[in-house]
Design a protein around this ligand. Sequence first.
Ligand code: PGA
Length: 254
Amino acid sequence: MGRERRRLLVANWKMHFVRAQALEYLKVFTERVQGISNTEIVLAPPFTLLETVRREIQGTAIKLAAQDLFYERKGAFTGEISAIMLKDLGCAYVIVGHSERRRLFGETDELISKKLRAALDAEITPILCVGETLEERRAGRTQRVLETQIRGALAGLALSENLVIAYEPVWAIGTGVNAEPEEAEASALFIRELVAQLFDTEIAQKIRILYGGSVKPANFEGFVRQPNIDGALVGGASLDPEAFAQMVKIAECC
Ligand code: PGA
């Protein structure tokens, strides 16, 4: 029997690349991942590259994600981008509540909840990011933090399996210091059990939970072999098409 949940790898390019670089990347990457069929591959470029990437991945199994959205449908919100606009560009996924947005742009659980609802309404699958800071971890508050973030974000939402949750300990993001796979698995299990409690067991079994934070080809297998970790949200290492393709291949065969 195959895995119940399809593995998922998301490349979060953050604020990197202009068009020529994206095209160069895609030339290498699309060739390297030809024939991949069990693993779902998602690229999350900056807004300015969504159309470029969309055109290049047409006809492949690679899917498109945005890195953020605004919750209103339209109106006088200078600089913002709605779920409808993302849908129009072919986005299947959108990252919501990344720790960089929480920390640098003051995003709260309440705001994140509105963004989740907007994504779901537009039939875009949100990738909700949660995770504790180093200080919270040292104080033994990891689970309490995860619970607050998840309860806050999912409050009042009608969920199907149309949700991905990325467990991203803040201290592991962009630092080169990854969580231990067993530690990440404990958090993933905690998240799954919490979703079961808030919604139901079936939904909890179906949603995919990713690990994120300094994932690279050398450490990825340890994560993807954990029973409750279904893939990864990759930042830095996803900027190298060879490295990202290598991780896709690990997900495909392990
Ligand atoms: P990183 O970033 O892989 O560079 O640690 C992960 C993320 O921010 O999603």
